[in-house]
Design a protein around this ligand. Structure first.
Ligand code: KG4
Ligand code: ZN
Length: 365
């Protein structure tokens, strides 16, 4: 194996309540006479602030900002010590520019800029949602001596991004070539999970809590007495809406005055069934409109085991391979940002003078 180029990419993610850094090695090699690119995870650390935000029932931006500022230099020093990499060995900084909470995004960008100036390292801005797309390619998420194996995406691919801030269907012609086919008109699916959980006095983030209760209801055959509407399931477009569903839950709880534990389990299962049916139905609609080579589902909500199972069924039914992230990278992380940076970087660009936080950054048209 003959090495042509070797570069080290520092990934930085601070768009919400996870501070994350990653050092990713990208090697261009000639292997058996063929030019190939090999990746290796040198270090990856994720620091979640969930415990601190819990008392506010959601992410408190000023607190997120303060924590990122505090954590970034410590985490950076740790990964540098751990890998024994020198600052001058870093060839590129890939940092999330948006979408996300602007005060939080800025902390990562400012940190990247300081390093960039001090050590003369170029910066490439990354769309957080593109990070969630490429996270589904990872076959390994741990730092290791081994090269990384990546899942192959057959383009065009249909992407569904489901997170705390997004619910969107995307036509992926290639990495970097995106067209939004449909999106939520109001709340995101993760936001709906979080809000319904809050109505049931469950802690933040609500997704995993609702999911646990729904699982319990299925396992114990809790009687199904609650029915929720399936918002926009029959609309002709590929848009979503979850605000009305949240309101239905609110009215239902108001009517009941008191709610038994059985009813809570029933409600959690009905809610999970409802949102799953909606996203599955819209994904089918998109698959019926165009021929796709792969289905990609990314974003924090795909940690949900019921939703994962239903998408696996859909993939079998349509005979189209499904790419979903491994459990370690369903949520926000810098590995996906570094990998997206590795794909995007052409070799001599530097965005240090123009990069800024873009809270509402869109993925494509
Ligand atoms: O991608 P992510 O980590 O952050 C954003 O970019 O928004 O997604 C966070 C969202 C939260 O709304 C959280 O409740 C949801 O993902 N989530 C889940 C599960 N785990 C996390 N939703 C449903 N079921 C889960 N198991
Ligand atoms: Zn995310």
């Amino acid at each position: 194996m003959h090495i042509i180029t070797i570069m080290i990419i520092l990934g930085i993610e601070t768009s919400c309540d996870e501070t994350s850094l990653c050092l990713l090695e990208k090697k261009e090699v000639i292997d058996n006479g063929k030019k190939t690119i090999k990746y290796r995870i040198l270090a990856h650390s994720i620091h979640s602030q969930i415990e601190l935000h819990k008392e506010y029932g959601g992410v408190y931006p000023a607190l997120a900002k303060r924590e990122h500022i505090k954590n970034l230099p410590i985490m950076f020093e740790n990964i540098m010590l751990e890998t024994k990499i020198k600052h001058s060995d870093i060839n590129l900084i890939a940092v999330t520019e948006g979408p996300g909470l602007e005060p939080a995004l800025w902390t990562g960008i400012v940190f990247a800029k300081e390093l960039s100036i001090k050590h003369n390292i170029p910066i490439i801005p990354i769309n957080h949602m593109e990070g969630h797309i490429v996270s589904t390619m990872l076959k390994n998420t741990e730092a290791s001596e081994q090269y990384l194996e990546l899942n192959n995406i057959d383009f065009p691919a249909l992407g569904l991004l489901i997170s705390g801030g997004h619910t969107e269907l995307i036509d992926i012609n290639n990495i970097g070539e995106y067209t939004i086919l449909g999106q939520t008109r109001d709340d995101a699916i993760g936001e709906a999970f979080d809000k319904v959980a809050r109505m049931l006095s469950l802690p933040y983030p609500g997704g995993p809590e609702i999911s646990k209760m729904a699982q319990y209801a299925r396992k114990n055959n809790i009687k199904n007495n609650i029915t929720l509407p399936r918002p926009m399931i029959n609309s002709k477009d590929l848009d979503f809406s979850f605000a009305g569903l949240k309101t239905s839950v609110l009215y239902l709880l108001k009517e009941k005055v008191t709610i038994t534990d059985e009813e809570k389990y029933d409600l959690a299962r009905e809610f999970e069934n409802t949102v799953t049916e909606v996203i599955i139905s819209k994904t089918k609609k998109a698959l019926d409109q165009k021929s796709y080579g792969s289905i990609i589902v990314g974003g924090g909500v795909i940690a949900n085991s019921f939703i994962r199972k239903e998408f696996n069924k859909l993939s079998k039914e349509y005979g189209i391979p499904l790419l979903i992230p491994l459990p370690g990278v369903t949520g926000d992380n810098a590995l996906m940002i570094a990998l997206a940076g590795a794909f995007k970087y052409k070799g001599n660009e530097n965005y240090i003078d123009t990069i800024k936080a873009k809270g509402n950054l869109k993925l494509g048209k």
